[in-house]
Design a protein around this ligand. Structure first.
Ligand code: PEP
Ligand code: MN
Length: 357
């Protein structure tokens, strides 16, 4: 971390700032340029993150040299993390599609949808029993009854269960049935909840927040990892922007950007981004094309009767179509691209007028 001092900073201000940094237990290295003085802070700076650094005398700017999300960052963990759930691997080139209803409604539907998911190549079953709904009058989920239905579907198909945990009091019951715990967009910054799932030994799918930045998403993963659970799968489900034509704006650029920043697997949720059935499949395809480690998709056999998010549920035939396309899609390999890109001569190319190609 580097603290840039105001030009013309006085010796007294400089000393005060250095003393304060030393009081917080840090070693510093001062470098005096012709016009500007900068202070480099050496060693582990995690505890400095919450400190009022720009309020120290003479400091005008603070530059972070290394990522504040130490455990989630690729800087300290260059290899891709591969997470295994009941023999299903995700990350490091292992691609996984998770499918199922938004909320668990009826046993027959969940079992049927699990069979559809499996038949077309999904490796895990999703379904919410505790639902975060904008209105308190909307269906809130069947709770443990819903989890039991998911468990029946798992018994029939062998697909591991992905289900949302909304609050700390539900941890025990959700833990009992879930193979992967989903933390939804509304809870991405529920720090006490993140810390609690960080103490569990089951993988967590962490969705980005309604209007979160990449850094906030990675810091949320850091909360989970800082408690010891490093099995975190990041999920991009779009954010709220100025655009009203879509439910949420999904920026697929974030897939390669985040893959550069973190070693954790990254999946795309095209359903909550698109908000409408007809737009889910192209977004899913885009996510896989840019190199996501997987997808989480809502499907339903009777969307008009679904208890939540029926508008964005793929019908079984749509899901079959999409899975067929995805299977044939050669995955974008970001590592290979970096290797190729690094070999390139970045000098300017002199155009050869007569003999271009
Ligand atoms: C869901 O997966 O059904 C859900 C509520 O998602 P999100 O948290 O992304 O809105
Ligand atoms: Mn949903």
């Amino acid at each position: 971390m580097v603290l840039v001092m105001r030009s013309g900073v006085s010796e007294k201000e400089l000393q005060e700032t250095i003393e304060q940094l030393e009081k917080w237990g840090h070693k510093v290295s001062v470098s005096r340029g012709e016009k500007q003085v900068i202070i480099g802070v050496i060693g582990d700076k995690s505890d400095l993150l919450g400190k009022p650094l720009t309020a120290l005398p003479g400091v005008i700017k603070v530059l972070e040299v290394s990522a504040p999300y130490k455990r989630a960052s690729r800087e300290f963990h260059p290899e891709d993390t591969i997470i295994e759930v009941d023999g299903v691997k995700i990350g490091g080139g292992h691609k996984v599609v998770i499918a199922g209803p938004c909320s668990v409604d009826k046993l027959e539907n969940v079992v049927y949808l699990a069979k559809v998911a499996k038949k077309h190549g999904a490796k895990m079953l999703r379904g919410g029993a505790y639902k975060p709904r904008t209105s308190p009058y909307s269906f809130q989920g069947h709770g443990e009854e819903g989890l039991k239905m998911l468990y029946e579907a798992k018994k029939e198909t062998g697909l591991p269960i992905v289900t949302e945990l909304m609050s700390i009091p539900d941890i025990d019951v959700v833990y009992k049935y879930a193979d992967v715990i989903q933390i939804g967009a509304r809870n991405m910054q529920n720090f006490p909840l993140l810390r609690e799932v960080g103490k569990l030994d089951k993988p967590v799918i962490l969705k980005n927040g309604i209007a979160s930045t990449v850094k906030e998403h990675l810091m949320a993963a850091e909360y989970i990892m800082s408690e010891g659970n490093d099995k975190v799968i990041l999920c991009l489900r779009g954010t709220r922007t100025y655009e009203t034509a879509v439910r949420n704006t999904l920026d697929v650029t974030l897939v390669p950007i985040m893959q550069k920043m973190t070693h954790l697997p990254i999946i795309v949720d095209p359903s909550h981004a698109a908000g409408r059935r007809e737009f889910v499949s192209p977004l899913a395809y885009a996510g896989m094309a840019v190199g996501a480690d997987g997808l989480i998709i809502e499907i339903h056999n009777c969307p008009k009767k679904a208890l939540s998010d029926g508008e964005q549920a793929l019908l079984p035939r749509d899901f079959a179509y999409l899975m067929d396309k995805i299977k044939k899609l050669p995955a974008w390999n970001q590592k290979e691209w970096y290797q190729f890109d690094q070999q390139k001569d970045t000098d300017c190319i002199e155009p050869d007028f007569y003999n271009s190609f």
